[in-house]
Design a protein around this ligand. Sequence first.
Ligand code: SAH
Length: 272
Amino acid sequence: MSARRPGFPARLDSAAPAAPPARAGKAATAASASVPPARSPVAQPARTPATLEPVRGLGLDSAAVRARMVQRLAAQGIRDEAVLAAMAQVERHRFVDTGLAAQAYEDTSLPIGFAQTISKPSVVARMLALLREGEIRPLGRVLEIGTGCGYQAAVLSQIAREVYSVERIRGLYERAQANLRPLRLANVHLILGDGMLGFAQGAPYSAIISAAGAGALPQAWIEQLAVGGRLVAPEVTAQGTQALVVIDKRPQGLVRTVLEAVHFVPLKSGLA
Ligand code: SAH
């Protein structure tokens, strides 16, 4: 597919300068084969996370719509300023199809192809705020299960030192690469693989987040979580619904907290 993502609804684009050509050369993302094993300890003070340069060609229009989205998130109870700032920064409309761009800042999940969805902004914000309430601050290396279109990975890149994101569907992995390339986020590493196995090369992680609902949380995630680290994931309950689960890995053992009901696509094993 084309690496070019849609601009925000055109009426306001006329006020903005023309978009620069996509820069060739260094890609923002890396395939598994080229991801170097992480070296530094997870709780080491973070260097500043990569900063998104504003993408020219969109003008202030989408920023204004995003600012309203962020105001709504704050009104819904998201208090974490870093999460709100990251969500104000990342252009969600660039991660969905042109026909859906106008809905990109509504609080709704949207189809991203391959029968998968981009999570709704309030759920992304809630989960990232929960990650930041864990013991390890600022966030060092974070593992995301379910890259999808790459949106949440881009938001994570603003609040974590390194982001390792695993996707099992090749078409989505490639779509995320294309979506993220123009953003040149050097701290985001995309991996095509089965996230049920985690991604041992990046472990231990200060946080793990899953965007797909597991029947039972895979043991690999617990193993790859640093002591002091926090896992946030949807889990299928005995009733067959899903709930958001937080696991804190403490020196004394795991502390598990079950939060509100959620609705995510299922976690599946193997590649597709
Ligand atoms: N964070 C994504 C949300 C994508 S939906 C975004 O911002 O768009 C959840 C994703 O999890 C889907 O793309 C699905 O293919 C993926 N997924 C499901 N099981 C998986 C597994 N075992 N390993 C990796 N990805 C998985």
